[in-house]
Design a protein around this ligand. Structure first.
Ligand SMILES: *Cc1c(COP(=O)(O)O)cnc(C)c1O
Length: 339
């Protein structure tokens, strides 16, 4: 059998850093005095919500598009929103056709953002798997090249540049809390950070319903999970039963995976807004949510990646004003901040 095991190294991530330089690199790494006071350890926020497309996925998308074979007709991807936006941006820079396939669970704000960048959007079915099937069809019938949101070496290397930037700026950091879905971000960040500092702990965090990587790591192989509406919509979707790279890398490199509830995400979005004045998606605050919920004890300087800001502002204003939020089959009861 062919060996498809990952062979990415720090050099691949450094090559990605060269591609991104001046476009999608060097986001702020800011302290959170509030979280430091609450939990007794320096706590840093890597502000990927400040990226041109409002999320870190631009890094992986730019690196993947830069490494396409000459003469590529166009690109396609399936996406919970932010990867599609990154691919749309990267393709537009090259004047290349981009078709983004998404499920009906993706918030309208994200669909609009992708169209605004000039990409075609296809809404298919109720799950990422349906979107994936459409993207496969475009590869077979229209000759487009598919860019996986997480299971692609150039995407993982691009996301890994975040780990490089954090550890080069603050080598004293001992723990990294990384939002976890398909695992491209966590795999790349963990590879870079551990290459620079082998003792650093990298912990993946997901929402507790439909956490595909968590369930796969428990099962010992990639498994399919049901999908649910979540405040952390960016963390939904499977990891692909034929996952080649992000699953084995997460298995090898993550020290732990922690799950948080919708209520914990709701509270963490409020905290980040009121204490740090940051507007962030539910998928970004899972790291601070885990700490606030007491699911994780900090033992040294810690950083988390605030991965994006592309949220539905109606949902966001409901949360910061403590009102109920209805998501698919669940209602998250309103909780005024500080109550
Ligand atoms: C994609 C995404 C993640 C998770 O990244 P993976 O590589 O799929 O694990 C986290 N936060 C946001 C905002 C995202 O768009």
């Amino acid at each position: 059998m062919t060996d498809l095991s990952p062979s990415l190294t720090l050099n691949d991530i450094r090559a990605g850093a060269d591609v991104l330089r001046g476009v999608a690199d060097d986001t702020p790494l800011v302290p959170s005095p509030y979280l430091e006071a609450q939990f007794g350890q320096p706590f840093w926020l890597k502000l990927e919500n400040m990226q041109p497309i409002g999320a870190f996925k631009l890094r992986g998308a730019l690196n993947a598009v830069a490494n396409l074979p000459d003469g590529t007709a166009g690109v396609t991807c399936c996406s919970t929103g932010n990867h599609g936006r990154g691919v749309a941006y990267a393709a537009a820079e090259k004047g290349m056709r981009a078709v983004v396939c998404m499920s009906e669970l993706v918030p309208q704000a994200k669909v609009d953002g992708i169209r605004a960048l000039g990409a075609e959007v296809r809404i298919v079915g109720r799950s990422q798997d349906d979107a994936f099937a459409e993207s496969r069809r475009l590869v077979a019938e229209e000759g487009l090249v598919e860019i996986s949101p997480f299971d692609d070496p150039f995407v993982i290397a691009g996301q890994g540049t975040i780990g490089l930037e954090i550890m080069e700026r603050r080598p004293e950091i001992e723990t990294l809390l990384v939002p976890l879905s398909g695992g491209g971000l966590a795999a790349g960040v963990a590879l870079a950070a551990k290459a620079l500092k082998p003792s650093v702990k990298v912990i993946g965090i997901s929402m507790d319903r439909g956490a595909a990587m968590y369930e796969s790591l428990r099962a010992g192989h990639p498994v399919e999970v049901a999908e649910y509406a979540s405040l952390a919509d960016s963390l939904g979707g499977g990891i692909g039963v034929e996952n080649r790279l992000s699953y084995p890398m997460c298995r090898a490199l993550l020290d732990d995976v922690i799950l948080v509830t919708e209520e914990e995400i709701y509270r963490a979005m409020q905290t980040l807004y009121y204490e740090d004045r940051i507007v962030a998606e539910g998928g970004c605050v899972v790291g601070t949510a885990a700490v606030q919920a007491g699911k994780l004890t900090l033992t040294g300087p810690t950083a988390t990646v605030i991965t994006g800001r592309n949220l539905d502002m109606d949902v966001f204003t409901r949360i910061v004003s403590g009102r109920d939020v209805i998501l698919g089959d669940v209602t998250i009861k309103g909780m005024p901040y500080g109550a």
